[in-house]
Design a protein around this ligand. Structure first.
Ligand code: C5P
Length: 227
């Protein structure tokens, strides 16, 4: 780990716009990017592929410790994720991929197994880290900590629009239920629960566009002299 290398953490619940803002920020600054949720999603997916039950904590931890994962940027700019060399980008982004991720993410030994791996992403000129505990645990010494949030109803509506645009048939009440269940699991777990770091700047994105949120974020980045 290069500890004098700057890190900006972006935490918050799913669907608040963290992914879009983090990508945009990393590419604007020319910094590295860590999608920590992908590590948990691939762990959940690897269990399915290896026939490991998410409830078997020892076996899930073994999978996390030996996780053979690779990130690659396609020509389109899309970030692809491979497990054991096989592209699992689509599978991990499904609703069941999200459920698997939040189930395995509640296991303390899985979080411990993925901790160092996440810190390895900290390389010059800097890192933008997207997740739930980036500012509280993984990069507690980050230069700037942001916490993006939005109401569950608004996050469900956004997800609904995305899935409908992809041609998937989904139910809005079911999506809202899923989001509320996942929030509860993420906020109530014993290790690294989803909470803003004490020194995080909380941004409510419920009624703001991506452009408006990004302007606010860039204002904070400039205030901290990170650009
Ligand atoms: O960010 P994303 O929605 O891809 O994360 C999927 C799940 O992984 C989250 O709901 C959460 O349970 C878990 N996660 C976590 N800690 C992180 C990132 C993700 O517990 N730093």
């Amino acid at each position: 780990m290069v500890s004098d290398c700057p890190v900006i953490t972006i935490d918050g619940p799913s669907g608040a716009g963290k992914g879009t803002i983090s990508h945009l920020l990393a590419s604007t600054l020319g910094w590295h990017f860590l999608d920590s949720g992908a590590l948990y999603r691939v762990t959940g997916q690897a269990c399915l592929l290896e026939g490991v039950d998410w409830a078997d904590h020892d076996a899930v931890s073994r999978i996390a410790r030996g996780l053979n994962i690779e990130f690659r940027t396609a020509e389109s700019g899309e970030v692809l994720v491979a497990y054991k060399g096989v592209d699992v980008s689509r599978e991990i982004r499904t609703e069941s991929g999200g459920r698997g991720a939040s189930t395995v993410a509640a296991i303390p030994s899985v979080r411990a197994a993925l901790l160092l791996r996440q810190r390895e992403f900290r390389r010059p000129p800097g890192l933008v880290a997207d997740g739930r505990d980036m500012g509280t645990v993984v990069f507690a010494d980050a230069s700037l900590k942001l916490f993006l949030t939005a109401s569950a109803a608004e996050r469900a509506r956004r997800r609904y629009k995305q899935l409908i645009a992809k041609g998937e048939s989904v139910s809005l009440p079911r999506l809202l239920e899923d989001i509320e269940e996942r929030d509860a699991r993420d906020m109530q777990r014993s290790v690294s629960p989803l909470v803003p770091a004490e020194d995080a700047i909380v941004i409510d994105c419920s009624s703001s566009s991506i452009e408006q949120v990004f302007d606010l974020v860039m204002h904070e980045v400039k205030r901290k002299c990170l650009i």
